[in-house]
Design a protein around this ligand. Structure first.
Ligand code: ACO
Length: 402
């Protein structure tokens, strides 16, 4: 007779930890978070220093290789990345198979996973050179794939990558330029986009990064692993929050309705949550949110947007929530996505593309973590256990007697 309780009691080293709130799944040298103090560091450098002084390519290099590049190393890295910005021409046909109203994240999951079908020379995960080429390919192609997902949805011709442009600038060009028209990317917006990419580049063992590692732990190829990460990121509790924040601010509509929504969020009988608030690890201000708020003011200033109602609502919401006992007690502070939606909207990026941008940025972190996992000699296939709570020892009844 099976005694389930005794079985678990007798099993060595069994830990029940739903949501993995206190279980470390790996060793890592990439990102450090002190959630109580609101600290985030990549390879030992504070996110504030990186966002203020580096561009996204430097941060990508840092995450991937462990050190900040010098001038020559950076130039070589940028050349290596730009060599891979094109996607295989047959991928055009792949886009044509989607409905025009498909969510761009649905397209991202499909197209990025499908890269495995195009780049057979990047699939041997045991070859460090192939792994690096796959990493460059993913970082380089994401802006192209993301911008094309948008172009497809609005029925415009795809714009090819411009290798004379910087990473963020090139992405904005592919998003908004059209053939036969001169289009110049506003440098202030390109800088803001670059900063948004830096702020989203990596964040320890969050749901999507853990998904990439778990998928990769079985030996799956890097394109498939990153597609798995994109799928995990899509949910509103994770990367989908930036889209959900903007929808929420739009629904609130006017600053005088903020109190009503705060009350809704506190109501135990109402599943509504304030999107952009709270974090599994940060029990203090998310350091990225502070930088994002500053960038938000810069972008709105550059675009001459005064009295943006959504910004007013956001600031009012932040103020009320930070003074409210419920939010103070539960340590719910604005997270990185609280302000990013307002910036992206001001730049003309449609809401459905917000999470795509997050995926674009996080690809560097995902691929750095994936490489670190493969190179870790203690790496084993990820295989969580479970606490079985179902029936045991049932008498079998043949089909015709049930
Ligand atoms: N609004 C209102 N109450 C909240 C919120 C919120 N945004 N977030 C958490 N709470 C409450 C919960 O109801 C719960 O209350 P209880 O203890 O009385 O049951 C308590 O705070 C703890 O919440 P959990 O869901 O247990 O915390 P967890 O660490 O599992 O979740 C999460 C963290 C998913 C981020 C959560 O705070 C949330 O849903 N926030 C809104 C969505 C969001 O902004 N996600 C982006 C995260 S950052 C990122 O991925 C980039």
């Amino acid at each position: 007779v099976v005694d389930v309780r005794k079985f678990y009691a007798d099993t060595d080293h069994f830990t029940y930890d739903p949501g993995f709130t206190s279980t470390g799944s790996c060793e890592s040298k990439i990102s450090f978070i002190d959630g109580d103090k609101g600290i985030l560091q990549h390879r030992g450098y504070s996110i504030e220093d990186l966002a203020e002084n580096c561009d996204f390519m430097e941060v990508a290099y840092l995450l991937l290789k462990g050190e900040l590049p010098n001038i020559d190393e950076k130039a070589k890295f940028e050349t290596d990345i730009t060599m891979h910005t094109m996607v295989h021409e047959q991928l055009h046909k792949f886009y044509d198979g989607f409905r025009r109203d498909a969510h761009p994240m649905a397209i991202m999951v499909g197209v990025v996973g499908a890269l495995s079908a195009f780049y057979h020379d990047s699939l041997d995960i045991n070859d460090p050179h192939q792994r690096m080429v796959a990493s460059y390919r993913l970082i380089a192609k994401m802006p192209t794939i993301a911008a094309w997902a948008y172009k497809y949805s609005v029925g415009q011709p795809f714009m090819y990558p411009r290798n004379d442009m910087r990473y963020a600038e090139d992405f904005l060009h592919m998003m908004f330029a059209v053939p036969c028209e001169d289009y110049k990317v506003n440098p202030v917006l390109a800088k803001a986009m670059d900063r948004i990419l830096i702020l989203h580049a990596d964040h320890e063992q969050n749901a999507s990064t853990s998904t990439v590692r778990l998928a990769g732990s079985s030996g799956a190829n890097p394109f498939a692993c990153i597609a798995a990460g994109i799928a995990s990121l899509w949910g509103p509790a994770h990367g989908g929050a930036n889209e959900a924040v903007l929808n929420m601010l739009t629904e609130i509509g006017t600053p005088d309705r903020v109190g009503e929504f705060v009350a809704k969020a506190k109501d135990k009988n109402d599943p509504f949550r304030l999107m952009g608030f709270g974090h599994r690890v940060y029990k203090n201000f998310d350091p990225r949110a502070k930088i994002m708020a500053k960038t938000c003011h810069e972008v709105l200033g550059e675009l001459g947007i005064k009295d943006e109602p959504l910004l007013e609502i956001a600031m009012q919401l932040e103020k009320i929530a930070l003074e409210d006992d419920y939010f103070i007690e539960k340590k719910l502070y604005p997270n990185v996505d609280f302000y990013s939606g307002i910036i992206l909207k001001a730049m003309g990026i449609p809401t459905s593309m917000f999470t795509v941008l997050f995926a674009l940025a996080r690809t560097t972190g995902w691929i750095a973590q994936w490489n670190e996992m493969i190179e870790d000699p203690s790496q084993r296939i990820g295989r969580p256990r479970q606490l079985y709570t179902g029936e045991v020892d049932r008498d079998f009844v043949p089909l015709h007697q049930r």
